[in-house]
Design a protein around this ligand. Structure first.
Ligand SMILES: [Zn+2]
Length: 238
């Protein structure tokens, strides 16, 4: 293998590694947002469960006030009825009292229903609090891990950058320039895909298309050869 190939392959190894690190770094914000979304979902469910309890409590309060008002009206009729002399009026008053008793009974049934519903809603709310606590702890852990991932990737990238420049400087200038151009343009741009690939079994190591005998010969001599199909830099392993 020729000298420029060896040194350029080393640069490429560094670049592939750096592209992976960059991808890890780039995925941090998305993963953070996903974790935060998880917590927001649980917070929303807790808020909804609070509203459910409050709505039921408000209705119960309304029914309690209604019972008080019905009882007061009934008491008013009861005290008046004591002074009624006329039988018919008395029967009418008794009938009204019965009506109030009926309404009060209905309200009291509703109160019992509401109290049971409030108990249930409070239990659901407690469950939401519990789930949110678990989620918060998990999200905090994930955030910590992501922060570590970010810091580690950044540190590793900085280190690799330091190594890359000297490595690239050892490559014959023209080859280095072609490599850089290929790496930063076209389909290999920024994704860490190899742009310097070997010819194996007479085909390009990247696109698998046939490489002509002339090009194979040139590669064997150590000349810079380009795949006519995909544009990769080709080299001979012999
Ligand atoms: Zn090719």
């Amino acid at each position: 293998m020729h000298n420029w190939v060896e040194s350029l392959l080393e640069v490429q190894r560094i670049d592939v590694r750096m592209a992976k690190l960059q991808a890890q770094l780039d995925s941090v914000p998305g993963d953070k947002a996903a974790a935060e979304g998880l917590q927001r979902g649980d917070e929303d469910r807790l808020a909804q469960s609070r509203v459910a309890v409050q709505t039921l409590e408000k209705e119960l309060k309304g029914v309690e006030i209604e019972v008080e008002s019905l009882k007061a009206k009934k008491a008013g009729i009861q005290s008046k009825s004591a002074m009624i002399k006329n039988n018919e009026e008395y029967r009418a008053a008794m009938h009204q009292i019965e009506q109030y008793d009926h309404l009060i009974g209905q309200c009291e049934d509703r109160e019992l229903e509401l109290m049971a519903a409030i108990e249930e809603a409070r239990a659901a709310q407690r469950e939401c609090v519990r789930i949110l606590d678990v989620t918060k702890r998990r999200v905090a852990e994930v955030q910590g891990d992501l922060e570590k991932r970010r810091a580690n990737s950044e540190a590793a990238l900085t280190e690799m950058n330091k190594v890359r420049q000297p490595a690239l400087a050892t490559v014959e200038k023209q080859a280095a320039q072609r490599y850089e151009r290929l790496r930063t343009s076209g389909r290999a741009r920024g994704n860490g895909q190899a742009v310097l690939v070997p010819i194996r079994d007479e085909v390009c190591g990247r696109c698998r298309m046939n490489v002509t005998a002339q090009l194979r010969m040139n590669a064997l001599k150590g000349m810079p050869v380009t795949c006519q199909n995909c544009g990769a830099m080709l080299y001979s392993e012999d």
